[in-house]
Design a protein around this ligand. Structure first.
Ligand code: HEC
Length: 133
């Protein structure tokens, strides 16, 4: 129980949102942010994620294959912040203040965001030793 409370506290600190005592509100919009992607990085999920990547308009800044453009490449091992699952989720859901990277939590459900993250993980071309997810 203590553990659960601590987790709630930490995730609420990360999310900047009030603690939701009960689990099970995993639907959209994104509220508590899990520390790990609940979806696998397999071909099926990556394909779904890529569709959402196009649907969400991410390609317009990051490129059709996330190779980079106005927004940075999401294939390589150069990241603005440490590329944990939580960081990616938070960036996609909430955006980056002061940049053109806006939050997408009104357009994408948490599941959709996680699938996009699976897609991003699937196209990684960086140094394998730098994988922390
Ligand atoms: C209007 C242009 C634009 C669009 C559209 C856009 N992004 Fe971004 N994105 C950016 C920019 C610019 C940054 C770098 C922000 C910074 O410097 O912190 C960024 C950063 C990111 C990062 C963090 C990269 C890092 O190195 O830390 C991720 C992940 C990301 N975007 C994913 C997405 C996804 C997924 C979508 C679609 C749902 C999307 N972006 C749509 C411009 C965009």
């Amino acid at each position: 129980m203590k553990c659960l409370l601590l987790f709630g506290l930490i995730s609420s600190l990360i999310a900047g949102l009030p603690v939701h005592a009960g689990a099970g509100d995993s639907g959209s919009p994104a509220t508590d942010i899990p520390t790990k992607n609940p979806f696998p990085v397999d071909a099926k999920t990556a394909k779904e994620g890529k569709k959402l990547w196009r649907k969400g308009g991410c390609y317009s800044c990051h490129g059709g294959n996330a190779e980079g453009g106005v927004g940075p490449s999401l294939q390589d091992d150069v990241w603005v912040y440490k590329p944990t699952d939580t960081m990616l989720f938070k960036t996609i859901a909430k955006g980056r203040a002061g940049t053109v990277m806006v939050g997408w939590e009104k357009d994408l459900s948490s599941d959709e965001i996680w699938k996009i993250i699976s897609y991003i993980r699937s196209i990684y071309t960086g140094d394998p030793s730098k994988i922390i997810w």
